[in-house]
Design a protein around this ligand. Structure first.
Ligand code: NAD
Ligand code: ZN
Ligand code: ZN
Length: 348
């Protein structure tokens, strides 16, 4: 089968022929219907070196996956060949207290997990291929009717990550509160839609690209702003002069974190999602009183079920550009150039 392989850090991914995996006991082989190209893959490819993570290349890219059950190993019940499924991306050990609580992103025994700290497309083979081997049936979630796998793929990360982040700030997102989304790419446009669907907050989106700001407005943002000298004043104005209750920073550079801190009002949450590598000086007086600064990472299976439900009922509409697997190599070039609106999805 074909697979887009990252063969070493800081190299260009290559389309290769590899054997079709065989599902062992408890495992599921998924015929790929869509694999999203996440900006995290660019960070991985460009910025990491040997030893930086507990896992590394070679592996097949693609950690945002959906498709159809192709074959199941022994002891797998309740899944039928041809059934459309989304793949839960974080693969923990399944038996430690955190995994049992559904928090496989924070498995206590990564040494017992299929890919310590990683997953499919993150150390183990991912979904930019004809087939994906999922190490446990609990990592596949049946798709509700009406969701095509290529459109569902971004829901497993580009929607799940902001959904998890927004849930954590739910108590601050009361009607009339102000939520700011910085960076309206794959994650950001779905963050806007999730805020719209699950809260009555005023939503302000910020992006350097005009096409992304247009997408933000189509996604339900009340206002879409460009970075610049007046940005913080414009955000404050949208918040009745007080500023933002929640800022989701999908970029994470010094500049965007500075904007987040300047735009936040007292008691706000500043949630760092983007891996831009920036830092935010934090001291008692450097941000307004009782502002919480937090990072956030991916989401869990029960949240994915909720995200799929939102999408199946039309509340989430991922903006998807499909690329055939044979041309998958160019997807990351386009993403790097800022030429993708919403999410690029590789289809086998
Ligand atoms: P993307 O490339 O699709 O979107 C990024 C957007 O940010 C683009 O629209 C770009 O124009 C905009 N942007 C860049 N610099 C900007 C600036 N200074 N001001 C305003 N807008 C700016 O990326 P994505 O796939 O949506 O990922 C976003 C970030 O989130 C990446 O850093 C990615 O690695 C990270 N990520 C984190 C998690 C997590 O669990 N924390 C999960 C997935 C992705
Ligand atoms: Zn990702
Ligand atoms: Zn575990």
């Amino acid at each position: 089968m074909r697979a887009l392989r990252l063969e070493s850090w800081q190299s260009t991914p290559q389309l290769r022929e590899v054997p079709v995996p065989e599902p062992g006991p408890g495992q599921v082989l998924v015929q790929m219907g869509g694999a999203g190209a996440c900006h995290s893959d660019l960070h991985l490819m460009d910025e990491f070196t040997d030893g930086a993570l507990p896992w590394g290349p070679p592996f097949t890219l693609g950690h945002e996956n959906a498709g159809w059950v192709h074959a199941v190993g022994s002891h797998v019940h309740g899944l039928e060949p041809g059934q459309p499924v989304a793949v839960v991306g974080a693969w923990g050990c399944g038996t430690c207290p955190r995994c049992l609580a559904g928090l496989e992103t924070y498995c206590d025994r990564p040494d017992l997990a299929p890919a310590p700290g990683g997953g499919g497309g993150l150390g183990l083979d991912g979904g930019m291929a004809d087939y994906l081997l999922v190490p446990s049936a609990r990592h596949v979630v049946p798709l509700p009717e009406g969701l095509a796998p290529a459109d569902a793929a971004p829901l497993t990360d580009a929607a799940l990550t902001p959904y998890h982040a927004i849930r954590r700030s739910r108590e601050k997102l009361v009607p009339g509160s102000l939520a700011v989304v910085i960076g309206v790419g794959g994650l950001g446009h779905l963050a806007v839609q999730i805020l719209r669907a699950t809260t009555a907050a005023v939503v302000v989106a910020v992006d350097a690209r005009e096409a992304a700001r247009d997408l933000a407005v189509r996604s339900g943002a009340d206002l879409a702003l460009a970075p610049g000298d007046s940005l913080v004043d414009q955000i404050r104005e949208a918040g009745h002069g007080f500023g933002a209750d929640v800022v989701l920073d999908m970029v994470g550079t010094d500049q965007t974190l500075q904007t987040a801190a300047a735009a936040a009002r007292q008691l706000a949450d500043i949630t760092l999602v983007g891996l831009g590598g920036g830092t935010l000086p934090y001291s008692f007086f450097s941000v307004p009183y009782e502002v919480s600064v937090q990072s956030t990472y991916w989401g869990n299976r029960s949240e994915l079920v909720e995200v799929l439900d939102l999408a199946a009922r039309g509340h989430l509409r991922p903006e998807v550009t499909r690329f055939p697997l044979d041309r998958a190599g160019m997807v990351y070039d386009r993403l790097r150039e800022g030429a993708i609106e919403g999410r690029a999805v590789v289809v086998a």
